[in-house]
Ligand binder design. Structure first.
Ligand code: NAI
Length: 301
């Protein structure tokens, strides 16, 4: 069945450029009314202008769609509330939130200033928190919501010079995990996209032919599967250059040690068994970890 967003309202943050622009255009093409958000700053977050967002609105209108723009800084909760109010005043609902806005302030941890660490956390993590908080009760009342976080391989696996960015990108996975549990009874699904794309964020890292292979349009089809009616829940979808994969956190089954056996030497001696992945599981809530250990302990006592 074809995926459609007719009669749905989507907010895409950071949609003036790159991936966000591509997401906004694709959502609109499939029927969504789109609020195109962009602060319009430079790659490092400095400066401000609405023109990129306005241009995307014009492109959407030119392809027959409906769109408006708002220049909220996602790191500022009041501005974000004003953005959501604009969507509500214009269309009366918000079905989809794509938390995409982002900046880079790369430096090795030794050289990184605390200001650069905090700013990146503010835009990626607090930006996602602010936008999600501003639509959360609307989605609960509608009994419908689809939220996509934008994570990164940098957060999941690490990248030299990106301690701030990686920490923020992994933090949105933590946010997703709890919101999935809290949103379930109101049909709110939360997923995460881990893209790799040739945008201004990555353009100086790769040659032109590789940038072409990594066009944002080769990520967006994956994004659309994370926010439609039949979207999965709690899924981290990696996407780029036509490749799609799912990332997940697993925990090994582990070992049980009696009170007397619990020494660091014994834990180290059990390392092979403790790290054996044959029975590893993706745990569906934090409580499952306690349950697993208590079940083992009770079985031995
Ligand atoms: P981009 O720099 O082309 O687009 C980001 C957009 O966000 C820009 O238009 C910028 O003006 C906007 N923005 C920045 N700060 C904002 C704020 N405070 N409020 C509102 N808008 C703001 O970058 P790209 O590559 O399209 O990145 C999109 C998302 O994908 C980001 O979250 C990025 O971290 C993530 N990502 C990108 C990867 C890539 O390979 N390009 C890899 C992994 C993640």
């Amino acid at each position: 069945m074809s995926i459609t967003f007719s009669n749905q309202v989507a907010i895409v943050t950071g949609a003036g450029n790159g991936l966000g622009r591509s997401h906004a255009l694709a959502l609109a093409k499939r029927g969504a009314k789109v609020l195109v958000n962009d602060l319009g700053g430079a790659r490092d977050g400095s400066g401000q202008s609405l023109s990129a967002a306005q241009q995307v609105v014009e492109e959407i209108k030119a392809q027959g769609g409906e769109a408006i723009c708002h220049g909220a800084n996602v790191a500022d909760y009041e501005q974000v509330q004003d953005m959501v109010k604009l969507a509500m005043d214009t269309w009366g609902r918000v079905d989809i939130l794509i938390n995409n806005a982002g900046i880079l302030r790369d430096k090795s941890f030794t050289k990184m200033s605390m200001d650069d660490f905090k700013l990146v956390m503010d835009v990626h993590l607090m930006g996602s928190v602010n936008c999600t908080k501003a639509v959360w009760d609307i989605m609960r009342e509608q009994n419908y919501g689809r939220i996509v976080m934008t994570t990164s391989s940098s957060g999941m696996y690490g990248n030299f010079g990106q301690s701030n960015y990686g920490a923020a990108k992994m933090a949105v996975i933590g946010l997703m995990n709890t919101l999935v549990l809290e949103g379930a009874k109101n049909n709110i699904k939360v997923n995460a996209l881990a893209p790799t794309a040739g945008t201004r964020m990555t353009e100086d890292l790769m040659p032109e032919n590789i940038i072409k292979m990594l066009a944002p349009e080769f990520v967006t089809p994956g994004l659309l599967t994370l926010c439609d009616q039949d979207a999965p829940n709690r899924t981290i979808l990696s996407a780029g250059a036509g490749g799609y994969a799912v990332a997940s956190l697993y925990e090994t089954d582990g070992i049980y040690l009696t009170t007397e056996q619990q020494t660091p030497e014994n834990i180290r001696a059990s390392w092979q068994q403790l790290t054996d992945t044959s029975e590893q599981q993706a745990l569906l809530s934090g409580v499952k970890q306690s349950e697993k250990f208590l079940t083992k302990a009770m079985a031995k006592n």
